[in-house]
Write a protein that binds this ligand. Structure first.
Ligand code: MIG
Length: 675
């Protein structure tokens, strides 16, 4: 790790993001100006420099031209003017003449002005002069990313079934609703591996409970569904309902495991369950205690979870609500002027996720009381870690599906993330593509967006186009919000086309799984921008709407409504598989350069790089039914010596080294080049 230098600014809080101890560097940093007075880290940007990174953020793969803030936020409107989403991923690569990476390790709020105030300057502003500032050198942006990944440790490994397709919706209430989803898929021959349970499966939104009226025999139901090869994946929220007789609340309160307010009492916020306490995930004992609670569901046959609301989101705090009511009294009876009207409106609206609330409760971390805002960005990370560490104790030999909404660098070792509450907007399909690249750089390989869009009403053409890209995202889940148009595959007119796309996912699964596992085990990227593979190609460096998926594939999704196709940039000659279903595809050759490529709404454009192969299976109704023994090959090879190194394993045990799990596949083996 000679190419990584660590600059200690002040007295930083330990986040355990890095897995290597690096000796603190002495002397000034050659590429960054560190201004303790202003609490700023600055450097100039060359005209052509590209700035990669920041993981889960709005805007492009190249982050230049905007200001961003790392402060985990529950914001369901991922519009261009936003500065924070759920993740806090303080890693950047400045890719110019002398490329270097920066990882600013602090759980406090950090802001990044990347050519916003001044087009030719990068300025990182800290909330206090406490951080570990890692500076990573390398020959290329790609090299730097790989070094960074080594520093932060290997990515989370999900079970193989987690690469299947999952159906979700906020609003599924009961066993009956779930059965309807299963029947919808069965009836229409739609493959399926998981159905997600959103908050309504719980008894009054109490974590680790199941509503008995809605699910009279939950373990029996879980088992019955599993016999069809399908898993139920419940949500867990961060807040614990304050309710007499509710074990998690009573234990947590008795043991002092909840975050405290300024007076030392358990802090009260309100989220879905109503008034809640927040478990102190940073406190080692509390973390262990909370993690062990997942056992209740594991024992009922559950094998996967999604952790939500763990920024943590706070609809309102008890304290602030009281203040606002008091203020409202003052307005009452008065004829409000327009200014005081807006003041009042802002005050009520501003109740949710209020900055002052984040300054009004405390954690006990490594034996010290720390105010929440000092460690804010670690909360979701440590909640997910709580679960993951507990799985290690409860199910030491089994991979459990786990992904979170909030995250910090380092959490990628414990679980994946989904991209949060996007909308059924075409612009969010494009954002999904871009975010995937930057999240991969930060180690979050198991990720994906709510396919079809969470908020707003989706349209059939958007869903088709989103599937055509979503089949390449490791986490492939159709999820939508309460009150929006029903979005399950079988709700639409052209089910046949949607089915064709879903079945393509299963056909490609051997490749997707293999490329994911190889990337995770080697600290590499599953999805990457073209520039990383074609560093000499100036044109490739500005392509943000195409990605390389693994070593063989380039995707160029259509993300505009009513488009008949799109312009595609090919950095080299490639072979296009124009795919509508595993049984219906054409092959076309394209030369290096720019082409307008037609694409009907039901078509996937899958480009194969020269000399590369893509192992495929016969599509199946679930991952469990995939026949990994009889694979076919897609490819762009003219000799029979081409080789694909396929990673495969039993799909659930934790022994996942490359050794013993690589199978060399060649066309000469007799497998057909096209299925
Ligand atoms: O305040 O559980 O991002 O996926 O459906 C909303 C209900 C709470 C936010 C999650 C979303 C989920 C929803 N949750």
């Amino acid at each position: 790790m000679d190419n990584i230098k660590k600059y200690m600014l002040g007295n930083p809080i330990e986040t355990e993001a890095a897995v290597y101890e690096i000796e603190a560097a002495k002397g000034p940093c050659p590429c960054l100006e560190m201004d303790a007075q202003e609490m700023e880290i600055r450097c100039p940007l060359g005209d052509d420099d590209i700035v990669y990174g920041l993981g889960q953020q709005v805007r492009g793969i190249n982050k230049r031209g905007w200001k961003y803030t790392s402060f985990s936020s529950d914001d369901p409107n991922h519009t261009e003017n936003k500065e924070s989403l759920y993740g806090a991923h303080n890693f950047l690569v400045v890719d110019g003449g002398n490329p270097f990476g920066i990882f600013l390790d602090t759980p406090e709020k950090v802001s990044f002005d990347i050519g916003y105030s001044k087009p030719d300057a990068l300025c990182i502003r800290l909330s206090s002069w406490n951080a570990k500032c890692y500076v990573i050198e390398g020959d290329s942006a790609y090299d730097i990313v790989k070094s960074f990944r080594k520093l932060i440790g290997p990515s989370y490994l999900p079970p193989k079934w987690a690469f299947g397709f999952g159906q979700s919706r906020w609003g599924y209430q009961s066993q009956q609703d779930i059965e309807e989803v299963l029947a919808g898929h069965e009836e229409h021959g739609l493959p399926l591996d998981m159905v997600y349970l959103d908050i309504d499966y719980m008894d009054q939104y109490m974590d680790f409970t199941v509503d008995k009226e809605k699910f009279p025999d939950f373990p029996g139901f879980v088992e019955k569904v599993k016999s069809k090869g399908i898993r139920l994946v419940p949500i867990i929220d961060a807040g614990v309902k304050i309710k007499e007789g509710y074990e998690v609340y009573e234990e947590g309160a008795a043991k002092g495991y909840f975050c405290k307010d300024g007076e030392g009492k358990d802090f009260v916020g309100a989220v879905w369950p109503g008034r809640v306490h927040f478990p102190d995930m940073l406190n080692e004992k509390a973390r262990k205690w909370f993690g062990d609670k997942y056992k209740v569901l594991l024992e009922q046959g559950i094998e996967g979870f999604w952790n939500d609301m763990n920024e943590p989101a706070i609809f309102y705090s008890e304290r602030r609500l009281a203040q606002v009511f008091e203020k409202l009294e003052e307005y009452k009876g008065k004829n409000l002027g327009i200014d005081s009207f807006f003041e009042m409106q802002d005050m009520v609206r501003g109740l949710s996720n209020h900055q002052e609330d984040y300054q009004s409760f405390y954690h006990s971390y490594r034996g010290q009381d720390i105010r929440h805002d000092k460690v804010h960005n670690m909360y979701g990370y440590f909640m997910t870690r709580a679960a993951s560490e507990a799985f290690g104790r409860i199910e030491p030999d089994k991979r459990i599906l786990l992904f979170s909404r909030a995250s910090y660098i380092g959490m990628h070792r414990y679980g994946g993330i989904w991209m949060g509450d996007n909308h059924s907007w075409w612009s969010h399909l494009l954002l999904n593509i871009k975010m995937l690249a930057n999240l991969n750089m930060c180690g979050f390989l198991y990720t994906g967006a709510d396919i079809g869009g969470f908020g707003s009403d989706t349209t059939e053409d958007l869903l088709l186009r989103w599937y055509a890209f979503g089949i390449f995202t490791p986490l492939m889940r159709n999820h939508s919000a309460l009150g929006t148009r029903r979005q399950e595959t079988y709700q639409f007119t052209d089910i046949e086309s949607l089915r064709g796309l879903l079945r393509l996912r299963y056909m490609l699964l051997p490749y997707i799984y293999s490329e994911y596992m190889k990337a995770a085990l080697q600290g590499d990227l599953y999805a990457k921008p073209l520039a990383f593979a074609y560093p000499e190609d100036a044109q490739a460096s500005s392509i943000e709407d195409q990605l390389l998926i693994g070593e063989s594939i380039m995707v160029a999704p259509v993300y505009e409504q009513n488009a008949k196709g799109r312009y595609v940039y090919l950095p080299e000659d490639m072979k296009l598989y124009r795919m509508r279903s595993p049984e219906d595809m054409d092959e076309e050759m394209y030369a290096k350069g720019i082409h307008f490529v037609c694409a009907a709404p039901n078509e996937v454009l899958l480009f194969v790089r020269a000399g590369r192969l893509v192992p495929v299976a016969k599509a199946a109704s679930s991952v469990a039914d995939l026949d990994m023994g009889h694979l076919g090959l897609l490819g762009f090879v003219d000799n029979k010596d081409a080789v694909y190194e396929l990673y495969d394993d039993d799909g659930y045990s934790k022994a996942c080294s490359l050794e013993g799990h690589i199978r060399r596949i060649t066309p000469a083996e007799g497998v057909t080049i096209s299925p």
